[in-house]
Design a protein around this ligand. Structure first.
Ligand SMILES: Cc1ncc(COP(=O)(O)O)c(C=O)c1O
Length: 390
């Protein structure tokens, strides 16, 4: 997929689910330029403050455009998906509330939920099947009168399995519960239109599929969702008042923003808008299909998750028989310069669900700039590693 970023590529990078590399073309230049001239956005009335504010406005408008929303003010910038998920979970729940979630969530959802449980919330974790997919009907039937929130991951960061979030979100809405979608592994690589997916809140990083710098992310909050801010402070607006403004995005955006990173995100979003999530998905699913086909032919290699590319994102887990996943990852890097992620991927429950706990798996996550040649290199390396074990 071109145009390519100019980032030097000394390795075969297959860890885009952790953070994307390279970034979209122009991102690094935009970050450097912003660093050299960034005033504090939305604070002062001088030219450099206004320029930074424009970068933020551009990023926000492009987010709204990319996710099919008419109101960019509902996109709140955060430093990553974790912060966005914490703002959502801690802002919506009150003691005594009930929450429904699934057994394939990331710790960025489970840990804040467990914290809220200590404060008097109750949690139902709906188990996913061995294929890593949760049944929408099981999630909906766990909703009770006192259920305030249904929190669900859009696609697993371990198996890549896409969850039936559309059915869950629409059903939960009918039953009167708020919904939170963790789109950490789908934003950018899977088309998301907030008109078709009526989630109350959607959290995503800017640094994974959106191809922006680390230190960026966002929380989308639908109008009317009563979210208390996690952090209050200076917003550059209503400065005469002791109380936090209640209008968006200021209600949830206190303190100096990451205007340098967001200048980069504005550029990557512009690239994504030109390219289109559909085209990125097509490219990535072609690579995943080659991976699955190739890996299934290697003796001693087991692939976890959906084998049908209509049911997954660009994330795939595997094990080499008789070899610790960390050792496989180490051999891929030391022997072949291939960078992957091994272990539990901050999602122990997903591994319990797949039956790969406590060792975990090796995860491969191609990105939009991964080439077929790199996939062929990975397959060759795996054949050698697997053969060496016998
Ligand atoms: C499903 C999922 N949720 C949340 C997160 C947290 O994202 P971040 O690292 O941007 O905080 C990740 C990161 O890998 C993830 O895969």
């Amino acid at each position: 997929m071109s145009p390519r970023s100019t980032t030097p590529r000394d390795f075969v990078y297959l860890d885009n689910a952790a953070t994307s590399l390279p970034k979209a073309v122009g991102v690094a230049d935009a970050v450097r330029a912003a660093l050299l001239r960034a005033g504090n956005p939305g604070r002062s009335a001088h030219v450099l403050s206004i320029r930074s504010a424009r970068d933020l406005f551009a990023a926000r408008e492009r987010l709204a455009g990319f996710f099919g929303s008419a109101d960019s003010s509902r996109f709140v910038f955060t430093e990553n998906a974790t912060t966005a998920l914490n703002i959502a979970i801690k802002g919506i729940l009150r003691p005594g509330d009930h929450v429904v979630t699934t057994s394939v969530e990331h710790n960025s959802v489970m840990r804040p939920l467990r914290r809220m449980e200590e404060g008097g919330c109750r949690i139902t974790v709906v188990p996913a099947g061995r294929d890593g997919v949760v049944d929408a009907k099981a999630v909906l039937s766990a909703i009770r009168k006192d259920t305030r929130l249904v929190a669900v991951v859009h696609a697993s960061n371990v198996s890549g399995a896409i969850q039936p979030v559309g059915e869950i979100v629409r059903g939960a809405r009918r039953l009167g519960a708020f919904t939170l979608v963790d789109a950490a592994q789908t934003a950018g690589g899977l088309p998301i239109h907030l008109g078709d997916l009526p989630a109350d809140m959607l959290a995503a990083p800017g640094h994974k599929g959106l191809l922006g710098p680390q230190g960026t992310g966002f929380l989308y909050v639908r109008e009317g969702v009563p979210l208390a801010p996690l952090i209050e402070g200076g917003t550059g607006s209503r400065s005469e008042e002791d109380h936090q403004p209640d209008f968006y995005p200021d209600a949830l955006e206190s303190g100096t923003q990451n205007s340098v990173g967001l200048a980069g995100l504005a550029v990557s979003l512009s690239w994504l808008l030109r390219k289109g999530a559909d085209n990125i998905r097509k490219k990535e699913m072609g690579l995943i299909a080659e991976l699955i086909e190739g890996m299934e032919r290697i003796r001693g290699v087991t692939v976890f998750g959906p084998k049908d590319t209509a049911k997954c994102v660009s994330v795939l887990s595997f094990l080499v028989e008789g070899m610790d996943p960390a050792e496989t990852g180490r051999r891929l890097e030391k022997g072949f310069g291939i960078l992957v992620r091994a272990g539990l991927h901050c999602s122990p429950n997903s591994h319990r669900t797949l039956g790969t706990f406590p060792e975990g798996t090796v995860r491969l996550s191609p990105g939009p700039f991964t080439t077929r040649k790199e996939i062929a290199l990975l397959l060759r390396a795996l054949r050698k590693i697997s053969a060496s074990r016998r």
